[in-house]
Design a protein around this ligand. Structure first.
Ligand SMILES: [Zn+2]
Length: 80
């Protein structure tokens, strides 16, 4: 019984490693339309952790330029 279980587990691991890495690369570029200041952030998320990305983007949503107080414009680039 134990042997059967181990066999199954190792074959599962094998099929997992064949899959392409389930990573989504995200680049967020914040730019200020008033003074042109730019900030770039890069992060990567597992497809199954997409919720984490939403949480991270919510933080960006209210970021303002520390130079002139203008709300940043947010551009996103995804590499899936
Ligand atoms: Zn600014």
């Amino acid at each position: 019984m134990d042997i059967d279980f181990n066999k199954k587990a190792s074959s599962d691991a094998l099929s997992d490693s064949k899959k392409p890495l389930d990573l989504i690369l995200v680049r967020a570029i914040m730019s200020c339309s008033t003074c042109g200041k730019e900030k770039k952030f890069r992060n990567q998320f597992l497809r199954k952790d997409l919720e984490l990305m939403v949480v991270a983007l919510k933080v960006f949503d209210w970021m303002v330029c520390n130079k002139c107080g203008e709300l940043f414009r947010l551009d996103l680039e995804f590499r899936v």
